[in-house]
Design a protein around this ligand. Structure first.
Ligand code: KG4
Ligand code: ZN
Length: 347
């Protein structure tokens, strides 16, 4: 059996020291075991809350309660899948911001409890830094500097990452909806399921993206910001001008055009950021990075421009705790028991 032994001066020596990471910022209950260098996950357990589907979006109170019910089992499963026990955990990492406050609090309280009971340090992790850190798991040799695009349900922003522990400089961000939010709202208008990103991709499979003209927000502006409100309005007016039969016929084309406009906005601004910063490495993360059209488009562009591209596999793009463990490796820890006063923040 794997375990820990007391070291010479009373400090613990671990046979297999690992980080236990917890993520509960939205509607996925997640726990993972990550190596201390943050470059490899030994397990990554995600429990996606399906109860939100019938509401067409995440209901905060439902999310908090579901985290509360499942987190314990998800943490146990993460240790079991890694073949380790709590004795091997040298620090507990947890997402403290940004996210749904009630959902975050469940993870933070659990992490505090676990860390306190075992006199371990606690590492408070920013969810967005977590999304970027997924790239270190996807490519363990990756080193800054690089430009990162985070495109999720709550955020869409470009960052210049200059050093592993020297933070991220914001280059540009969305002025209204996040890319994932635009996909979710578009999917709802089209009568498709939730989450909208994968639903739109499925509906778009046999569609012609050029059949309907959709605007690409801030396309010709020299800045690095995004906007998706014009795209949503455009879909709304197209749908208003069609009867139910026509919407059914046009569905694949509308979905394909809408998806293509989101992908074009994201890839244009990422490539512009690369040009401005002269970055030779690009990282794409967040739930929308799971999108097959976005991945294909950027892969082709990056080959043409001879720029390296790191996009984590889809399961590391959508919310997960392995990315939180990866970020924890270069985030200052709070010593036992000082973190008892630590709080979660929604922004
Ligand atoms: O990062 P994430 O899991 O949670 C947040 O932090 O928001 O991102 C969720 C978002 C949702 O808006 C969802 O529609 C989108 O990511 N998404 C996708 C795909 N998978 C998830 N969007 C496009 N294509 C996908 N395959
Ligand atoms: Zn996220």
């Amino acid at each position: 059996m794997v375990g820990s032994v007391e070291g010479a001066r009373g400090s613990k020596c671990y046979k297999h020291p690992v980080i236990l990471a917890i993520e509960t910022s939205c509607d996925d209950t997640c726990a993972a075991i990550v190596q201390p260098d943050g470059r490899r996950a030994l397990s990554n357990v995600v429990h996606t809350q399906t109860e939100h589907a019938r509401y067409g979006g995440v209901v905060p109170e439902v999310a908090s309660r579901a985290h509360l019910e499942r987190l314990d089992g998800v943490v146990k499963e993460s240790l079991f899948a890694a073949g380790l026990s709590l004795d091997d955990v040298q620090s507990v990492a947890v997402t403290v911001r940004p996210g749904l406050i009630g959902a975050l609090l469940v993870g933070v309280a659990a992490a505090k409890g676990l860390a306190y009971a075992r006199r371990l340090p606690l590492v408070p992790v920013n969810h967005l830094e977590g999304h970027v850190a997924a790239a270190y798991l996807a490519d363990p040799a990756l080193e800054p500097p690089f430009v990162a695009l985070i495109a999720s349900g709550g955020h869409t922003a470009l960052y210049h990452v200059v050093g592993v522990d020297r933070g991220m400089r914001l280059l540009g961000e969305t002025l209204d909806d996040a890319a994932g939010e635009a996909l979710d709202k578009g999917a709802r208008m089209l009568g498709l399921g939730f989450p909208g990103g994968p639903a739109i991709s499925r509906a778009a499979r046999d569609g012609d993206p050029d059949r309907h003209d959709f605007p690409v927000g801030l396309k010709n502006r020299a800045n690095l910001d995004f906007s998706f409100s014009g795209l949503k309005t455009s879909l709304l007016y197209k749908l208003k001008g069609m009867d139910a039969e026509r919407v059914r016929e046009e569905l694949p084309h509308l979905a394909a055009g809408y998806e293509a406009a989101v992908v074009e906005a994201l890839s244009r601004k990422l490539l512009r950021a690369a040009q401005i910063t002269e970055a030779r490495v690009l990282v794409v993360a967040g739930g929308v990075a799971a999108n097959a059209l976005l991945r294909r488009t950027l892969e082709e562009e990056c080959v043409r421009l001879e720029v390296d591209l790191v996009i984590p596999p889809p399961e590391l793009c959508t919310d997960n705790a392995a990315m939180i463990g990866a970020a924890a490796a270069h985030t200052p820890a709070v010593a036992y028991p000082d973190y008892l006063a630590l709080n979660a923040r929604s922004v």
